[in-house]
Design a protein around this ligand. Structure first.
Ligand code: HDD
Length: 723
């Protein structure tokens, strides 16, 4: 009985938290008043004409209405984030499914069922605010938990390791990857000399380079990528006992990537591809979901891992320490206003709550200074915590005052502590067990500017990652290195990269070097360079299958949910099989869109009208996960004569997407040399069916199974397709 009362109280508190957050944001939004006024509330009689001396005369300086409007406009931009400038955000909640009371006293991690409101921002790193979504880059994955004990920010990425080990090198890394300073090119790309110059001289970047050249750096969707806290943090329980922890976000829809050629084309066709995908999914009620997982490591076990947990270029393979699922993140509300929320949100790895603490990772330690500092210049002063999106749901009280853009009207005479004047009683911090307690850790003298020798292993984890990839994933990594290095103009830089790669895997290095017009990679050459260490750690495993995306597909249902299928049609399209397949796809949560040469309608073979959603030009194949070409002689013939339609199919084939062609629609495969039901060899992910009713259901099931595989990487003759 007592328990259920407690439960009810807890739930009502949780509800209060979320409601308070929503109310807070609402209170700052403007009402639907129709009267136009200045910011001072003075009604504006005419919003089309400035005040002039005569109808054809000069404008008057006294026109405060014009001046206010233009002045506000002139100041509407704030500095973009120096990194992670391009992003998309969403509201939602985090629900704890397994109590972590054994490990932490953090309030929001105590009781299974507790819901905490969150705001999440995904981002690319290198590009400016207006750059394209689908560039090759790390993706930021930052979560702000509005807990009852204050805000907790988990500011992570979609890759579990980082380029450099010490924050001292962060500005150099960012300067190297950003557009080159003399001509400010290229935008949002690592494929240029300065990036590879820097990384080839910093072998500690090698592990991260393997990830960034892998398909992880071109996700199909924010909803289909993992997130990681990257650093090792600490969880501290009520008794003050500490455990190390690594945080993981695992997407319910599985982890999926684009093809590099596709990613580049999308960057032109729809630069907002990832933003739009997130926005539309939430707007349609397909709320993205991730599981929160933790890898917990005791202090003693940390010593026995074979590498240093404080080194952010290393990860703990799940095969060594399993990931324990403890909660879920659901994004269920789009922002009302991009600037007020997504742009002004200020994350900070130093926003922690009691029970969560830092490790001595030197990269993390440097971040603790950087994020407040950057918000001061980006958001214009020390009061950014008062912006509605940054404000906690719990009260806050301290004696900080004033500053730019202060919203709070602090009351009373007292702005110091201790005092005896504020409430008639002395207000004092008790210094006891309440509030945030830093983990009591013995520190090691002396003061020193040197890295720990335990950070010297720069290659064993890169090799582990390489060994863990599927053959197709390995090919993609090789192709990515080749592409990037082909854009590097100085051959010596290309050479340095492959010489370093020879320490990861000799075959990888050789393959990468092949088309680059440089010498065969020489591991010894790399070993002679300044700063190079070849202290290979000993990992207890050769490969970690958990690191492969392809080897870890999601459950079938999840793999189909929200997938987009293009249906190519023209007049005369045969609807029978199409309807059956459409129904099967919709049952699994996939969507179908009718694509034709023009908008409006096409006539079906039975004389009905079929509404068209898109044209080949406005919604090309790269915007879809799969393609369906229904039967009907007239439709197939018209499509065959339309270059855009033929290109649509060829391109989808090249990008290893699933194709289903029915009856006469199979003619569109002719250019590919694939037999239309003529007994030719089956091609992975190409489903060929007939118009007649028998077998329609099976056809649908085959197509669904093909889409669930995401892509058919090992498809023949892909390189021969001119798309
Ligand atoms: Fe950082 C933004 C993630 C290292 C300095 N970082 C930023 C964002 C993410 C990360 C997701 C965007 C937050 C948002 O959406 O507003 N950063 C990381 C991760 C790192 C990392 C996972 C390594 C493990 N960062 C890092 C270092 C420094 C910074 C070592 C500096 C010493 N990061 C910043 C910053 C940014 C930032 C300059 C730019 C905008 C902002 O903070 O708010 O302060």
């Amino acid at each position: 009985m007592a328990q259920s009362k407690q439960e009810a109280q807890r739930k009502s508190k949780v509800g209060e938290g979320a409601a308070a957050k929503a109310k807070q944001l609402e209170s700052f939004s403007q009402g639907p008043e129709s009267l136009l006024t200045t910011n001072q509330g003075v009604a504006i009689p005419d919003n089309h004409n400035s005040l002039r001396a005569g109808v054809r005369g000069p404008s008057l300086l006294e026109d405060f209405i014009l001046r206010e409007k233009i002045t506000h406009f002139d100041h509407e931009r704030i500095p973009e984030r120096v990194v992670h400038a391009r992003g998309a955000g969403a509201h939602g909640y985090f629900e704890l499914t397994k109590s972590l009371v054994e490990y932490t006293r953090a309030d929001f991690l105590q009781e299974a069922g507790t819901r905490t409101p969150v705001f999440v921002r995904f981002s690319t790193v290198a590009g400016s605010r207006g750059s394209s979504d689908t560039v090759r880059d790390v993706r930021g994955f930052a979560v702000k938990f509005y807990t009852r004990e204050g805000n907790y920010d988990l500011v992570g990425n979609n890759i579990p390791v980082f380029f450099v080990q010490d924050a001292m090198k962060f500005p150099d890394l960012v300067h190297a990857v950003k557009p080159e300073p003399h001509h400010e090119m290229p935008q949002a790309a690592s494929a240029h000399d300065t990036f590879w110059d820097f990384t080839s001289l910093m072998p500690e970047t090698t592990h991260m380079l393997m990830w960034i050249m892998s398909d992880r750096a071109i996700p199909r969707s924010f909803r289909m990528m993992e997130g990681f806290g990257v650093h090792t943090f600490r969880l501290i329980n009520a008794k003050g006992v500490s455990h190390f922890v690594k945080f993981h976000w695992k997407p319910r829809l599985g982890k999926h990537a684009l093809v590099w050629d596709e990613a580049q084309k999308i960057a032109g066709k729809d630069p907002d591809f990832h933003r739009r995908d997130l926005w539309e999914a939430i707007a349609k009620g397909n709320f993205p979901e991730w599981e929160l997982g933790v890898q917990i490591v005791s202090e003693e076990k940390a010593q026995a891992l074979g590498f240093d947990l404080l080194d952010a270029t290393k990860l703990i393979p799940e095969e060594m320490v399993p990931v324990l699922t403890v909660g879920k993140l659901v994004l269920n509300r789009n922002p009302e206003n991009f600037f007020a929320e997504t742009e002004q949100v200020a994350f900070h790895p130093g926003h922690v709550v009691p029970g969560i603490d830092f490790s001595n990772d030197p990269l993390l330690q440097g971040r603790l200074f950087s994020y407040t500092d950057t918000q001061l210049s980006r958001l214009g002063g020390p009061n950014f915590h008062e912006l509605p999106i940054n404000k906690g749901v719990c009260p806050f009280h301290n004696f900080q005052r004033d500053g730019m853009h202060r919203m709070l009207v602090n009351k009373g005479q007292v702005a110091y502590e201790p005092n005896s004047l504020a409430t008639g009683a002395e207000f004092r911090v008790d210094g006891g067990q309440q509030g945030f307690q830093s983990f009591t850790e013995a520190t090691e003298p002396p003061k020193i500017r040197r890295r720990s020798p335990s950070f010297d292993d720069h290659f064993s984890h890169a090799t582990l990652f390489w060994n863990s990839q599927s053959p197709a994933e390995k090919e993609h990594i090789i192709a990515a290195f080749q592409f990037e290095l082909s854009k590097v103009e100085v051959p010596a830089i290309r050479q340095r990269v492959v010489d370093n790669l020879a320490h990861v895997d000799a075959k990888l290095a050789r393959k990468v070097a092949e088309p680059l017009g440089i010498a065969v990679p020489d591991a010894k050459a790399a070993a002679g360079r300044a700063g190079f260490r070849d202290v290979r750690g000993k990992l207890p495993l050769e490969a970690a299958p958990s690191l492969s995306m392809e080897s870890n597909p999601p459950a079938n249902g999840a793999a189909l949910a929200t997938r987009k299928v293009a249906v190519l049609v023209a007049n005369g399209v045969e609807m029978g099989a199409l309807r059956v397949i459409q129904a099967a796809l919709h049952d699994m949560g996939a969507t179908t869109r009718i694509v034709a040469a023009h908008l409006g309608f096409v006539a079906t073979s039975s004389g009905q009208q079929l509404a068209v959603d898109h044209t080949f030009a406005n919604m090309p194949s790269v915007m879809f996960d799969a393609v369906l070409v229904p039967g009907g002689a007239g439709s197939a013939q018209a499509l065959m004569l339309n270059g855009d339609a033929v290109h649509f199919v060829l391109e989808a084939y090249k990008h290893c997407k699933s194709l289903c062609v029915i009856g006469e629609g199979a003619q569109l495969l002719r250019t590919l040399g694939i037999g239309a039901g003529e007994g030719g060899p089956a091609v992975a992910g190409v489903v060929i069916g007939k118009n007649d009713p028998p077998g329609r259901t099976q056809l649908a099931q085959e197509f669904l199974a093909a889409i669930a595989r995401h892509r058919h990487w090992m498809r023949p003759n892909v390189d021969a397709v001119p798309a």
